[in-house]
Design a binder for this molecule. Structure first.
Ligand SMILES: *Cc1c(COP(=O)(O)O)cnc(C)c1O
Length: 226
């Protein structure tokens, strides 16, 4: 299977899951996770019609951005160190992995310095795994409030990584919890809060995530494995 064929097959599966959840497939954004992939593979992804690319390390994102440019939306999806923020802010479309108030403040400061309002998602550690970054579901509303005065970020939604497990019902409950958090925040009023994206679903679980309300999936393995 080529990258192109893999993407067609992922799109078919997205379509099926969207229909099962009563939505139009166009409402689901497919972010191709290109970490560890060479520029040649990224070009194939773009030629297959993908407009959103996800990277999880700034050291990898910077040279790839140099090579590819701004014809795509760049998403940052990994744990972001505060001292790396200034390098990616000038061109990144969406920082999906904001996992602390300190990081949000640094993004706000660096975006302000270049007159940008940076779109971000807040990462939620919905399963409570020790190895995972993100806000705990209980702390989320308070964290959003504490970010209320930051004028150079726009909180566009939530992101999560579910555990790598086969238990479909447990996965479903984590995604349902995320949808509930997303809907609650969508009703809140705050100048820098514009809830648009619920980013959840990877190769292992994206159909379940969509069925539970995801509108942005981040897929690597299913696109790049032969
Ligand atoms: C690697 C990665 C993905 C993609 O995972 P696959 O299982 O390869 O589809 C999605 N999100 C994040 C944050 C990742 O690091």
């Amino acid at each position: 299977m080529s990258i192109y064929e893999n993407i067609q097959s992922v799109r078919k599966r997205i379509e099926g899951a969207a229909k099962r959840s009563g939505r139009h497939p166009d409402e689901i954004i497919l972010v191709a996770v290109t970490k560890n992939q060479p520029v040649t593979a990224i070009k194939e992804v773009i030629e297959s019609g993908i407009a959103d690319l996800g990277e999880n390390r700034s050291q990898e994102l910077l040279p790839k951005h140099e090579a590819i440019g701004d014809a795509v939306n760049w998403h940052f999806i990994g744990h972001l160190q505060r001292n790396k923020v200034k390098y990616i802010i000038p061109f990144v479309y969406l920082v999906q992995s904001v996992d602390s108030i300190a990081l949000a403040k640094e993004i706000d400061k660096r975006a302000g310095a270049i007159n940008k309002v940076q779109n971000i998602l807040l990462e939620v550690n919905v399963s409570g795994e020790k190895s995972k970054y993100g806000f705990s579901p209980d702390d989320l509303v308070k964290a959003v409030n504490e970010m209320g005065k930051l004028e150079n970020i726009s909180i566009n939604g939530l992101m999560t990584m579910a555990p790598f497990i086969d238990n479909t019902e447990l996965l479903r409950s984590y995604f349902a919890k995320m949808k509930e958090l997303f809907d609650n925040l969508s009703r809140a009023r705050q100048p820098n809060l514009k809830m648009r994206y619920l980013s959840m679903g990877m190769t292992n679980d994206f159909e379940i995530a969509i069925e539970q309300g995801s509108n942005m999936v981040r897929i690597g393995t299913a696109i790049f494995s032969p």
